[in-house]
Design a protein around this ligand. Structure first.
Ligand code: Q9C
Ligand code: ZN
Length: 344
């Protein structure tokens, strides 16, 4: 399968995050992409550098002031103190209910809170360049699919599906799947379906398209009553306005194994078929794997081949976008199994 990689992903390399109150090494690190890329190369898949500029599409799925903040954030952080080059900024205050989010505070950390949903998404020197190149890879994949390619894989990090219209979160900054879906719409697909199979609910993608009837969002994920992102992803979220009925959440309890997971996948595929999509974007999180260190589903390596085959069975032009998945060695195996299962 044709794939686009992200030549700048290594510039996004924050050192630590918070996990159960402790500072721990980042789960979302450059070695993830190394494992996936080397597995794909070993299996004979082609990996190209992005050949499209996503700037216009980014402006359709993210707020202008959020994009401007993200692009300049590291420079603003350094401007406070040159010693900040080796310090990770974390937000510490957020505009929750009753507080105003219409004004950008002058304080950098307060601005960071305005544009963040959690304190688990550290910025690094090369974050903007890496995230932008990833969005370029997603747009490149969408354009190739529009040009007639059966399926294209966007092999990128940082991931994207938690990033909403104007915020980062869950290791995500720019919503690559939303970029791919919007790029397909711009190139003439009347209806696009986004299927999110990451362990975590794709709150960002859902929010970006929640009021739209031209993009269906379907997600299978850990029940938000116990799993991140907690505040979105329930079954009663069905879309609003023109998007009413165009959002389907299929939350499953922690511990779910292959039988129940694939039953949910059948429901998801039935909804996508009924929607009459012209193209499909898959938010391909691999953290449903039984060995994933931060997730609690129990898919085995072979299940990812089955997933790929089922996705191919939808018979739609397809962009697959890498999202989460944190078990390094098997990450390459599982990504390769999805692609090979798709093409078998
Ligand atoms: N600090 C994706 O899979 N934090 N994001 C978990 C560890 C949030 C996962 C606790 C997990 C976000 C793209
Ligand atoms: Zn995830």
């Amino acid at each position: 399968m044709l794939a686009f990689h992200n030549p700048l992903h290594r510039g996004h390399a924050p050192v630590h995050e918070f996990f159960r109150g402790e500072r721990v090494p980042c789960f979302e690190n450059p070695t993830r992409a190394d494992y996936v890329e080397s597995s794909l190369r070993a299996r004979g898949h082609r990996l190209l550098a992005p050949d499209a500029d996503s700037s216009t599409v980014l402006g359709q799925v993210h707020a202008a002031r959020y994009l401007a903040f993200l692009e300049g954030a590291w420079q603003q952080w350094l401007a406070l103190d040159t010693a900040n080059a080796s310090v990770q900024p974390f937000p510490s205050v957020w505009p929750v209910r009753t507080l105003r989010s219409d004004r950008e505070p002058d304080n950098f950390i307060a601005r960071l809170g305005l544009y963040s949903m959690d304190n688990g998404t550290p910025l690094a020197a090369g974050t903007w360049a890496a995230a932008k190149a990833g969005a370029d890879a997603a747009a490149s994949a969408a354009f190739r699919v529009d040009a007639g390619e059966r399926a294209v894989f966007c092999c990128t990090r940082p991931p994207g599906h938690h990033a909403g219209p104007d915020f980062m979160g869950g290791y995500c900054f720019l919503n690559n799947a939303a970029v791919a879906a919007q790029a397909l719409r711009d190139r003439g697909a009347d209806r696009v379906a986004v299927l999110d199979v990451d362990y975590h609910h794709g709150n960002g993608t859902q929010s970006i398209f929640y009021g739209r009837g031209d993009v269906l969002f379907v997600s299978i994920h850990g029940d938000p009553r116990t799993e991140y992102p907690f505040y979105l992803g329930h079954a009663d979220e069905t879309g609003e306005g023109e998007g009413e009925g165009c959002n389907l959440n299929l939350p499953l309890p922690a511990g779910t194994t292959a039988t129940a997971w694939f039953a949910a996948l059948e429901q998801a595929c039935a909804r996508i078929a009924r929607f009459g999509a012209d193209a499909l974007v898959v938010s391909l999180g691999l953290d449903t794997f039984e060995g994933d260190p931060i997730s609690r589903f129990a898919l085995a390596c072979a299940d990812f081949s089955r997933l790929g085959a089922r996705l191919a069975g939808l018979k739609l032009p397809t962009v697959l976008v890498l999202e989460g998945g944190y078990a390094t060695a098997e990450l390459g195996t599982n990504a390769g199994n999805v692609l090979d299962g798709f093409e078998q």
